[in-house]
Design a protein around this ligand. Structure first.
Ligand code: TXE
Length: 484
């Protein structure tokens, strides 16, 4: 595929060249070859974006919520109109199967805009009477310019999850998508222009994290930072923001337990576990990469889990039948291979997969592919079971009691999400209460309702912005107290 597009920045409603005139190759994971270029911007581009966002803030923050809502609903409608084009772009840019982009990423991006466009029409405010002394009411106001930094695994899904609430409540925004997967953010700008989003409300500046990302977290006029990415980078973001007293939300990595009790509906548990293990090639922070199975069901589960996993079709992401596409880049592929080697050094047995597949097809012969891989026989607290791999690799370990498996599940620096498969309702409530993760799914996975709090504990992050609580994260609560 020839280089057919230069992805420019979108500042003040216009597509513009980066000030330094530099571009990075944008590599297609399925082929390992560049297919477009993306602006390699720097702090000077952020200064331009800040000026545009600052200029737009006065009008945008004073617009009635109903008017902001109408524009966000137009954006949602245009995303749905362009679903096929966006899904294809997302698949080419990330290496994920076209079918997944079409059914998950792009529809969720539309629903993110739609949800917050309507949520702002129904917010409640609080009032408190202090005896006969005073009347208090809470005023929630837009904070100013929001800096939104998003990762490569669910590019439009996670970017829209930040942009929609940030601008819905009246902020203006400067967003930096991952330099690895910039295409759908670029296409979103064209949609925002068509939806007549006022200039400067959303500005998208492309480039590397150390350059543009760091410029966003360092800029004194960007007072709110929403970051999704790795835990290591999350620490750098937090360090940069602390001295400037910025409001920060960090959605970071995960090493999520997936617990299957012997009394579970095994058909459902196996189907759900294959999905939670390998969706998006295991490149979702919510993937259940540590499976724990009650010993009496262990052999049956492992045999049937491997049988179902081995039927997943690894292929060209653009092939409609593909269920496992490419890993996002060579660095991530090398990271996956490193952990598969490490697992064997730690005593693990490769029960399925473990090495790069034969060539997919002529087009993808140099792409970054790795098959779904299942490792058994590892000690619970080895590195493979503690460190985030972020690829199609899971471990399966037996357990003998509820106490033991809760200890295994919580013996982890991360605390993002977990799944529990059981038909014993009391046990479901008991275990859910004791697992230290921000989300516990019982007999399901990745069921998302934006009205509930979403976010991680421990090294999985700080803040709950992935739902209705984002309306509070992106606003400032002011108490007005009037003497009686
Ligand atoms: O993400 P990074 P990477 C995990 C996964 C992966 C690891 C690293 O384990 O292997 O994180 O992935 C920007 N200041 N997750 O390196 O570096 C960067 O440009 C400001 C889990 O791809 O965290 C990108 O836009 N910004 C995660 C964004 O941060 C900086 C999803 C994420 O990049 C920056 C992705 C800096 N100093 C990876 N350095 C999840 N929770 O879903 C980089 N960035």
């Amino acid at each position: 595929m020839k280089i057919d597009r230069k992805i420019q920045n979108f500042i003040d409603g216009e597509f513009v060249e980066p000030v330094g005139g530099r571009y990075l190759d944008n590599i297609e994971p399925a082929t390992g070859k560049p297919y477009s270029q993306v602006a390699d911007s720097d702090a000077r581009d952020i200064d331009l974006a800040v000026a545009a966002a600052e200029k737009a803030f006065a009008d945008w923050s004073k617009k009635p919520a109903a008017e902001r809502s109408k524009i966000l609903l137009r954006i949602a409608g245009l995303i749905e109109r362009d679903l096929e084009e966006l899904a294809r772009a997302e698949s080419i840019d990330t290496g994920k199967p076209l079918s997944l982009a079409r059914t998950l990423d792009i529809p969720r991006a539309a629903s993110n805009f739609r949800f917050f466009a309507t949520a702002i029409l129904h917010t409640q405010s609080e009032a408190h009477i202090t005896d006969n002394v005073a009347f208090n009411y809470t005023l929630r106001q837009a904070r100013g310019i929001a800096g939104l930094i998003s990762p490569w695994n669910l590019p439009l899904y996670l970017l829209s999850w930040k942009i929609a609430p940030a601008i819905a409540v009246g902020n203006t925004a400067i967003a930096k998508p991952s330099e690895l997967t910039p295409m759908t953010a670029y296409l979103l700008c064209e949609i925002c222009r068509e939806a007549q989003l006022p200039n400067g409300v959303l500005n998208i500046v492309h480039g590397t994290g150390s350059n543009v990302g760091a410029a966003i977290t360092a800029h004194p006029k960007i007072g709110t930072i929403s970051f999704t990415g790795g835990t290591v980078t999350g620490k750098k973001v937090a360090e940069a923001c602390a001295p400037l007293f910025k409001k920060v939300s960090l959605e970071l990595g995960g090493k999520n337990p997936n617990i299957i009790f012997a009394d579970a509906d095994l058909d459902a548990a196996i189907a759900g576990s294959v999905r939670s293990s390998f969706a998006n090639q295991g490149q979702i922070c919510l993937c259940g990469s540590r499976l724990f199975v009650e010993r009496s069901a262990y052999k049956d589960f492992v045999d049937r889990f491997i049988e179902k996993t081995s039927s997943l079709k690894v292929g060209d992401p653009l092939d409609e039948k593909t269920e496992q596409g490419a890993i996002v880049n060579k660095a991530q592929l090398d990271k996956v291979k490193f952990y598969v080697d490490l697992a064997q050094k730690e005593g693990g047995k490769i029960a399925l997969g473990g090495s790069a597949p034969e060539s997919i097809n002529e087009r993808c012969r140099d792409g970054y592919f790795f098959p779904p891989t299942v490792i058994t026989g590892l000690p619970v607290s080895c590195r493979t079971n503690r460190e985030e791999i972020f690829g199609p690799v899971v471990t399966i370990t037996p357990f003998d009691s509820e106490e033991e498996v809760i200890e295994y599940a919580n013996d982890c620096d991360y605390g993002l999400a977990s799944s529990v498969w059981t038909q014993n309702l009391n046990r479901a409530h008991r275990v859910a209460e004791r697992i230290s993760t921000g989300t516990v799914w019982v007999n399901c996975w990745l069921v998302r309702d934006l009205r509930v709090p979403f976010g991680g504990m421990k090294a999985s992050g700080v803040g709950r912005e992935g739902g209705i609580e984002a309306l509070h994260f992106f606003t400032e609560a002011k108490n007005v107290c009037i003497a009686r």
